[in-house]
Design a protein around this ligand. Structure first.
Ligand code: SF4
Length: 340
């Protein structure tokens, strides 16, 4: 599951450049679902071995000393040895994020997550059953995920990614409220990127972000815990993750945009080496800087413009929420200081 991606939303300056210190580990391209909005090529690629997962983590730590390590796919839980090896190899200076579609999250995985409380689990759950299952061509997963939620909500670090496709934009606020009614308190909102958004769908996205913003501000005013990851994430390319990207075939890139089917043919051009011949930091920087132009060249102006519009709506939501976020944080700090 790759869609826990950073967006180009604004963020506090302290975290603005965190993408530079990110390891994106594609442990497998395989996935048993076929989400309508998913661009990832899933077949015909190898999985990353446990040894290579450890090697990638060691290279990342050697180069950056720490940062965020994001375990992506495909569906990462289909490559359990690589996931466990990467987590075992991560020093405390590395924050590990594991994104999943949840289909393989059984009691053994949940027990493993309980034993590894520093790992942040990000689950893809889009809202009401009709919208969630309607976007998943590989099979309905809503009922099984909701059955697992009580256990997942007890994990110390658990975030739900609510993906908003053009077809569900008009119901995004209703889906957000539904997820809250299920007990979800930590969200990552993800508009579908590089999709042909129509003007009416963009208008619906904007209106629904306004409604979600109203809900969040009201919750914070009441002192309720509600976390929006988008406030703390910034990336130079919308949706795709920039950083030290290790694909499941051991090749290294500055951006995981090469996972997409319509960008598959630029893999050789974008590749910067392998785990045996890793690139310099300068090469990574140069390739990261070239990614927006590469996307424009391959995808065309219309999809780039639609993505920019959807991302701008998310950025407006974040910018609107920062004052309320800081005010709520200030109130919480004062309450803690005043407590006996
Ligand atoms: S769960 Fe959906 S979005 Fe994630 S990799 Fe599979 S098909 Fe793509």
């Amino acid at each position: 599951m790759e869609v826990t991606a950073a967006t180009a939303s604004g963020s506090p300056a302290a975290r603005a450049d965190r993408w530079r210190h990110s390891l994106i580990l594609v442990v497998t391209r395989r996935c048993d679902l076929r989400c309508a909005y998913c661009p990832t090529v899933k077949d015909g690629e190898p999985d990353l071995s446990a040894d290579d997962a450890r090697r990638a983590m060691a290279l990342f730590v050697e180069r950056y000393g720490g940062g965020d390590a994001k375990l992506f796919g495909g569906e990462p839980l289909l490559a359990p040895d690589a996931v466990r090896a990467a987590v075992r190899a991560a020093p405390t200076s590395v924050s590990v994020y594991l994104s999943t579609n949840g289909t393989h999250l059984d009691d053994r995985w949940i027990a493993w997550l309980v034993a590894h409380p520093s790992v942040t689990l990000t689950l893809s759950l889009d809202g009401h059953e009709a919208d969630h299952d309607g976007l998943r061509r590989g099979g309905a997963t809503y009922a099984s995920l909701v059955a697992k939620l009580p256990k997942l909500l007890r994990l110390p670090r658990f975030v739900v990614t609510q993906t908003i496709a053009p077809s569900t934009a008009a119901r995004a606020a209703a889906n957000f409220r539904h997820l809250r009614s299920l007990g979800v308190q930590k969200f990552n909102l993800l508009p579908g990127y590089y999709l042909p958004w129509k003007p009416a769908q963009l208008a619906a996205l904007e209106a629904n972000f306004q409604a979600i913003g109203d809900d969040i501000e009201a919750a914070w005013a009441r002192g309720e815990p509600l976390y929006l990851r988008n406030l703390f994430v910034r990336a130079p390319v919308a949706f795709y993750n920039t950083g030290f990207v290790v694909d499941s075939d051991r090749r290294i890139y500055a951006n995981n945009l090469v996972l997409a089917g319509n960008l598959d043919h630029v893999r050789t051009r974008a590749s910067l080496g392998t785990l045996d011949t890793p690139p310099t930091e300068a090469a990574l920087e140069a390739s990261a800087a070239a990614a927006p132009e590469l996307l424009r060249e391959v995808l065309g102006d219309a999809l780039i413009a639609a993505t920019a519009d959807a991302d701008a709506a998310l950025t407006r939501l974040c910018n609107r929420l920062y004052p309320a976020y800081f005010a709520a944080r200030e109130r919480r700090t004062r309450r803690v200081a005043a407590a006996p």
